[in-house]
Unconditional design. Sequence first.
Lengths: 327, 219
Amino acid sequence: MCKALLICLVFLCFAGAAQASDHLLYFEAQGIAGYSSELGKPIYFSMNPDAEMQKPSLGFDYVRRFSGETGDWATLAFQGRLALAINEGKYKFEPQAYNAYFKIKTPGPYVWVGHNRPAFGLSSYFDSHGLLLRTLAIQGFGYDRDWGTGVYKDFSWGDISASATTGSGMPLYFNKNSYMTAARASYGVLSRDNMNIGFSLGYGNTLDTMGYKLREPEPRRMSLVGADFTLLRNNLEHRFDVLAGRWLGTDTHAFFYRFGINMGEEGRVKIEAQPTYWKTGDEKNYQLSLCFSVLATSDLTVRTAYTYDNNARDNRVVLQLYYYMRI
Amino acid sequence: MQLSIFFIRAAVILVFIFILTGYGAAWGAVGCDLNDPDRDVARLFPESTGYKTIYTSVSQKGGDRLLTKIEKRLGDKFHGIYETIDVPYTIYEIFAKKKVGYIHGVNQKGQFGGIQVFLVLDLDGRIKAFYIQKITSQYAGKLRDAKFGKQFVGLTLKDFDHYDVLSGKASGKVEAIKNPAPQAEADFRAALRATKKNLILMDEFVYSQQSASSNPGVP
């Protein structure tokens, strides 16, 4: 992963020579601290020390547009972090690459190559990069990012997207048997209609990874169907995501609903509640989460989240300071 | 000790990034982009063959002095997270073989969080189309209706000169703009303030620069 981050920085060298008007560069920093009743001690991660999010970290977010005489024709995006994994008194530095793709505009769809969101479920368009609450992909049912290629096209009624990726998630593993294909079609333009409903299909042999850790060397069968729905009305937000089929070779179904209220004059305060349920094989579990977010300044967000995990009997409280600033 | 090494490494990387970019200004705040430029540009500018995206800000273009000038023209101070000096503004230059106009959006505080108001402008700064991209009010449909947007077509910054964003008092063509949703008065007023702000920003970022370059002898 150091190589991936180094490649990102090398590209940034060339990107830095560009004029100010064609790119955006953001600096990111976050602090994470909490307590887990199951572990009986303070924790410095929101989910798991091996999972990529969220941990104390420093990062950057870079987007550059390429233009010709007739306008924009491509976009380059890099989003990386240097995270600190703290577990059982040990410290480990972990370079992470999130967005790392080149997207080209064609007469038909957009085509991307690199590390980006697979075309499955809510996570295919909902950005959880700085959030504490987990989508199904971050929970472990799918990947928030994967390496490969994808296409998408927006229409007046919605959009269609598809992806073909390595089925490894955050790390780049080339296993001749591992791959993931996915496709999603959705109705509704969220920014215009305040709603979007999507249907997804996924098929492949995927690797069991958590963050950059490979938990099992052999890929396992994936065949999933999914549906997601987002509704925004006044200051209320509703997000649903459900999937069913086989994930990592096991019969699986999972469901999540996130309810949010935006409060204050500029919607600076947000309260969210989220139940999540899943059954994988014979194991069932559910989590209940509550998150309180305040946009303290235009660059700094403070979040506090409580999560109850039924199987672990874990009551977990996590505090996040999230700083995101354009430079 | 381990933490110290981490922060030293992180600081080195940050210095590296700062040197690469060569920018000293520290910016923040959320900008306002078209969610799907291809679809939106084609819809708002049917004759277009392409577009170019340009990022700018008040901080970049003139800093505090420009901010003061803009606030005076607007008739109100910039405030809140949507109107900081470092908000990145996205200007879309529209081409139909040659440049034919612009699309530019601004964030504005509405009744339920922020609303995003986009204007389609010709090369003389005249409004060709008005478009609210983001608004979550239950009356969003009425404010997004084509009939409401049509009331803005043909207006210029000059028409908004006498619109008081604080009291809502208007005259002339702006007074003729009717609110289709009386229950959403706050969002209606926000849309008008956003339009005036948008026109002023475009005048400062683009049109006055063009005038200056075509009349180099004029102070």
